[in-house]
Ligand binder design. Structure first.
Ligand code: C2O
Ligand code: CU
Length: 491
């Protein structure tokens, strides 16, 4: 088996698991007695979720087509022709019934990033479902129990680095509110349809660094470097950086009145870019990380890794203000505008001073009392060394690319600790499916955490969502080449 083809690995894994011969087939006895997506425990966990009784039906068609980025015209893949895809907004406890039709020339899937949903709806092909073939359909149906800012995207190949991403907002019926506007800001790094597809990019990266001179107009330094990221900023420089699907020359504009309060939900849907975000002339109050509340923390700017979400609130001044997402270490920006009054818009290249002022970091964030994990010593600890590099493009965990025959074993009811040790020269945003861990013993609740080179980061979670769950780097190219593992509930 070609270990670099995740799709074929996953397909083999699903077939083996489905046939009940996984342990025999992989000679790894530790993979026996897994709680598979079809296990009754998965449906039982779903039945315990609090439901509102409301069902929200949505239809999504993934298809190729043209998109206008606000000047640049590109041919790409989207949901229903729009970028980002049309936001889904439900209330906590609603059932999402999403019918996906695949009109792409490739297999696809939908992963509901950050949601603690039933395992068989998690959208990991080969692990929780069969990939959805060209022309085929699949219906996702699950309870969205936990309020917050989420999003969804394919879990197939490099499709996330095309235009296939959509915000999913689960509103809290008990939200105290206190704001007049609720804005969603989706950040992205863009290459598709500019002469290369993400598959072309992956093919080049896989050849290793020796072959990459001159790639993407960046003969040295590849994806740039940043002290905030502890070294290399990424593997790639992109032709465009977008907010809500627009280049800075034609920014999305949010309008309000002076003195109003805005809640801004920021989602990094990029594939290889951390964004440093600020709103010119404003302080920001961080209220949520990855959907979960924190004790409000004031800041001028925040660094957002791929897959992360932050909710902030702010009281709007009078005028026209740049909302800027600096592509960290890549010397380029994405832009949106906030307009509350008369004024000339700032130039497309504006970099508000706030970007270089006070920046909130993980260690300043404290979970809200209602989402703090009760103190408990771990029942099981898994250590994951993040390994590999650009030279051979051999990203992995514990020195190996994803192996479907291996599991990080846990049991329902356990307190699980995972220790992420970054042994590489690059930072990695590590994402856990189906769970929201607590960072360290008292940090914020997160489902995605940036781990800098040389750093060790600990996460703690309660194993309350039975099934088989991916844990992986949310750099699209690192995940696709193998920086991934599977958290496996055992019976
Ligand atoms: Cu948003 Cu497995 O990822
Ligand atoms: Cu990575």
């Amino acid at each position: 088996m070609n270990t670099f083809d995740r799709r074929s690995i996953l397909r083999a894994g699903l077939l083996a698991a489905g046939a009940g011969v996984l342990s025999a087939c992989t000679a790894s006895p530790s993979t026996a007695n897994l709680v598979l997506p079809s296990d009754p425990r998965v449906a039982e966990a779903e039945a315990r979720r609090h439901t509102s009784g409301q069902v929200r039906t949505v239809r999504l068609t993934a298809r190729p087509g043209p998109v206008d980025l606000g000047g640049p015209q590109v041919s790409t893949w989207t949901y229903d022709g729009v970028l980002p895809g049309k936001e889904i907004r439900v209330r906590a406890g609603d059932t999402i019934h999403a019918e996906l039709t695949n009109r792409l020339p490739a297999e696809t899937s939908v992963h509901w990033h950050g949601l603690a949903l039933r395992n068989d709806m998690d959208g990991a092909p080969g692990l929780t479902q069969q990939a959805i073939g060209t022309g085929a359909s699949f219906t996702y149906r699950f309870v969205a129990e936990q309020p917050g800012t989420y999003w969804f995207h394919p879990h197939s190949g490099t499709q996330l680095d095309r235009g296939l991403y959509v915000p999913l907002i689960v509103e809290d019926p008990h939200e105290p509110g206190g704001y007049d506007h609720d804005w969603v800001v989706v950040l992205d790094d863009w290459i598709d349809g500019t002469g290369q597809t993400p598959d072309d990019v992956l093919a080049t990266l896989r050849q290793g660094m020796g072959s990459m001179g001159g790639m993407m107009g960046s003969p040295s330094g590849m994806g740039g470097s940043s002290p905030l990221l502890g070294g290399d900023a990424g593997d790639l420089r992109y032709p465009h950086y977008l907010i809500n699907g627009r280049v800075p020359a034609a920014p999305a504009t949010f309008t309000a009145r002076p003195g109003q309060r805005a809640r801004i939900r920021i989602i990094n849907a990029g594939s290889d870019t951390a964004f440093r975000v600020a709103l010119g002339g404003h302080r920001l109050r961080v209220t949520h990380t990855d959907g979960y509340p924190v004790q409000p923390a004031e800041t001028d700017t925040l660094l957002i890794a791929m897959g992360e979400r932050y909710d902030v609130t702010t009281t709007l001044d009078d005028g026209v203000f740049p909302l800027v997402a600096l592509a960290e270490g890549k010397n380029a920006t994405a832009l949106a505008l906030v307009r509350t009054g008369a004024g000339t818009p700032p130039p497309a290249t504006i970099r508000p001073a706030e970007l270089d002022r006070d920046r909130v970091t993980y260690d300043r964030l404290v979970p809200a009392d209602e989402v703090r994990l009760p103190a408990k010593s771990p029942d099981v600890t898994h250590t994951l060394d993040l390994t590999g590099g650009m030279m051979n493009y051999d990203w992995g965990i514990n020195g190996q690319p994803l192996d479907m025959g291996r599991r990080l074993l846990v049991q329902q009811g356990q307190r699980v600790r995972f220790v992420l040790r970054n042994r590489t020269m690059m930072w990695h945003p590590i994402h856990v499916h189906g769970h929201t861990f607590q960072l360290g013993d008292s940090g914020p609740r997160k489902d995605t955490v940036a781990v800098l080179p040389g750093q060790t980061v600990t996460g703690n979670l309660d194993a309350s969502n039975p099934g088989q769950w991916m844990i992986h780097c949310h750099n699209t190219y690192h995940a696709e080449t193998g920086m991934a593992a599977i958290l496996g509930y055992q019976t």
